[in-house]
Design a binder for this molecule. Structure first.
Ligand SMILES: Cc1cc2nc3c(=O)[nH]c(=O)nc-3n(C[C@H](O)[C@H](O)[C@H](O)COP(=O)(O)O)c2cc1C
Ligand code: SF4
Length: 629
């Protein structure tokens, strides 16, 4: 890790290594915008091995928030709290970066009192409010907000100010010809469109003595959006104007969020290539970002000359020690980020605050689990992800733990990554299985109630769930998600999928991609309403391209040989020559051992065998249960 552990000078300030934590909204705040204990805990847990930390974007004015509970830098009363945060970041020598952003038309329409400004009146098609096209006094006022915020950041001990010129926010709304329709000297020519951002930069630079980083999207990944050639020109101007480093991302919050948030469905490395393009002509440090989450990647990026430093977001959420593990200071395996966005963005947007599918401690105080008052002899039955998580936490807490698995470690999650765009989830499965094999005593057999009673103080059932058994006249053979396995996957056949939740829909896509003629039969109107929203957009797009028939308000009435009779509303439809049926109408908890154990030994249920949910629910409920015993 020779290059990663090298110091980096940005302006006159030195970073102890090349790791920078990227800005990520946490929703750990309060309505007043003050820094909370939760922020201090979260960043305090990540301050050891990084060269610099960028906490979440600080809002410039209460009417310009992206989240109701974001950190504010809008008045001097915020300075003491912001200083506490920079002090925590500094504890082990990391530098603190204050990321300043004006969202423009991307201010959150759900926050009462928010104002919506932009270069022009075009609203964000993804549900934004129509913005005011800013007049000169509004332009001056907004630039003044940046300036005052930067001064406060310096007063609060931040080592750098990072100005957001990208991700489709206000400055990018001026830069982009696609959005900026002005005819005054802030619109039209490239020179005019850059004017607003350059004036912000000049005002900020005049106000502070700390170095300035500019973050921008080198490609907005929208047909008419900003492209690398534009941004190379911008990079040269910024450098000439005295910017000290460039932080290169991609995408826009409005039109191309999968790029902005680096969803697992977009190609890893493409955003690094953009950084590399900028670096070719840049004389100042270039920072790259985006799905840098494997141990070997950061060093490789630096060695290839792609960038001078790596910014990392979610890999540091999933594993606060990611950088320490990459640098070799910690030898444990990395708890992997799958770029799924389910827990982090899902938690922030859903109002629960930043969480993580694979790391149930995120969102809590993230301290080591306390030792148990009375260590017990515990059997955990079921080696799916919930069972493994529970067993590991219980063991950490000093209990003696035996894990029972009758079949394959990982349980049903072994099927989750066989659907399109989900291969990343295998990393999660592999990690949990590896941890189990390394750390736990595993008995590979079906747990027997009589054997458990008397042998253990406590039994934890993590036996998961089974697919519902269909009750359809004439149905003799059907499949569930196991059809995704190579040995079961049909080719060029005709199938009916019953149920259009995300499991049914993803199976349908996989089958259609393998040349099968697929019909989804479902009662409700919406396809996969329970799916992570960005994954759902990809799914629906794929559906448009594939020849999948969707029959809503429908159910199977009966089956006769290879004929499937459907009732759709008041009509009957017959589908002939059907080769296979996939039944995905829900899951049933597998808690058959519960009654046999009840009253004879202490029993707890967790995960799907307690309540059907997603992988995140199962892992988190396992953790909560293991902490409470
Ligand atoms: C929940 C979440 C919130 C984010 N909020 C912001 C933001 O407010 N401003 C910003 O510029 N980037 C934001 N990002 C993008 C990150 O800074 C980073 O560019 C992105 O997560 C890709 O890096 P990673 O793959 O290492 O996570 C956010 C990302 C996530 C997952
Ligand atoms: S929820 Fe998914 S994307 Fe977000 S940090 Fe955790 S593993 Fe990564």
């Amino acid at each position: 890790m020779d290059l990663l552990s090298k110091e980096l000078s940005i302006g006159n300030t030195v970073l102890k290594n090349r790791f920078i934590m990227a800005p990520i909204k946490t929703a750990y705040g309060v309505k007043s915008g003050e820094v909370t204990e939760h922020h201090l805990q979260f960043f305090g847990r990540r301050n050891k091995y990084l060269g610099a930390i960028t906490p979440e974007p600080f809002y410039l004015h209460p009417s310009l928030r992206e989240l109701p509970v974001q950190i504010g830098i809008h008045n001097d009363d915020m300075i003491p709290g912001l200083k506490r945060l920079s002090d925590v970041i500094h504890e082990h020598g990391a530098r603190a970066i204050a990321h300043l952003n004006h969202p423009g038309r991307m201010a959150n329409p759900k926050i009462p009192g928010n104002h919506f400004f932009s270069s022009s009146k075009q609203a964000c098609p993804a549900g934004g409010r129509e913005p005011e096209a800013m007049d000169q006094s509004q332009i001056d006022e907004s630039q003044h907000l940046f300036q005052k915020a930067a001064l406060r950041a310096e007063q609060a001990g931040y080592d750098f100010v990072e100005l957001q010129f990208g991700h489709g926010y206000l400055i990018a709304q001026f830069l982009s010809e696609y959005i900026n329709k002005r005819t005054d000297n802030y619109g039209g020519s490239w020179e005019n469109r850059t004017r607003y951002g350059i004036e912000v930069l000049e005002k900020v630079k005049n106000a502070i003595n700390i170095p300035i980083i500019v973050r921008f999207s080198a490609d907005e990944m929208i047909p008419k959006g900003l492209k690398l050639e534009d941004m190379m020109k911008l990079a040269a101007i910024l450098e000439e104007k005295g910017v000290n480093a460039l932080h290169i991302s991609s995408g826009s919050a409005c039109e191309s969020p999968p790029w902005y948030f680096q969803h697992m469905a977009i190609p890893k490395g493409k955003t690094w290539d953009f950084a590399s393009g900028i670096k070719k002509s840049a004389g100042i440090p270039v920072i790259t970002v985006g799905q840098i989450n494997e141990k070997e990647e950061p060093e490789k990026i630096l060695r290839n000359g792609t960038a001078d430093a790596v910014a990392i977001g979610r890999a540091l959420i999933a594993d606060p020690d990611f950088a320490g593990k990459v640098l070799g200071d910690i030898t444990e395996p990395v708890r992997p980020c799958a770029s799924c966005l389910e827990g982090c963005l899902g938690g922030v947007k859903g109002g629960k605050g930043l969480m993580c599918v694979v790391n149930p401690e995120v969102g809590k105080d993230e301290t080591e689990p306390s030792k148990a008052d009375k260590p017990k002899n515990i059997a955990v039955v079921g080696g799916g992800l919930a069972g493994i998580e529970a067993a590991i936490v219980l063991q950490k807490r000093g209990h003696k733990v035996t894990l029972y698995e009758k079949d394959t470690l990982g349980g049903l999650f072994n099927l989750s990554y066989l659907t399109p765009r989900k291969q990343n989830l295998k990393k999660i499965n592999d990690y949990f299985i590896h941890e189990a094999k390394e750390k736990l005593t595993i008995v590979y057999k079906e747990a027997d109630a009589n054997e458990l009673i008397g042998k253990y103080d406590t039994v934890i059932l993590a036996t998961g769930s089974n697919p519902k058994t269909p009750d359809i006249q004439g149905l003799k053979e059907w499949k569930w998600a196991e059809i995704l396995k190579e040995e079961h996957m049909p080719k060029d056949k005709k199938g009916v999928i019953v149920g259009g939740g995300f499991i049914g829909a993803e199976i349908a896509e996989a089958l259609a991609k393998n040349g099968n003629d697929v019909t989804i039969v479902k009662k409700s109107k919406e396809i996969a309403p329970d799916m992570e929203p960005m994954s759902r957009v990809f799914l629906l797009k794929a559906f448009q391209e594939l020849n999948i028939t969707i029959l809503t308000d429908s159910d199977i009435a009966k089956i006769d040989g290879n004929k499937v009779y459907l009732s759709t509303g008041s009509n009957e439809i017959l589908i002939k020559a059907v080769d296979f049926i996939v039944y995905t109408k829900g899951m049933v908890p597998d808690n058959s051992l519960k009654d046999q154990l009840k009253g004879k030994v202490e029993v707890f249920l967790m995960g799907d065998c307690k309540e059907i949910g997603k992988a995140m629910d199962a892992i988190h409920s396992a953790y909560d249960c293991a902490i409470a015993i």
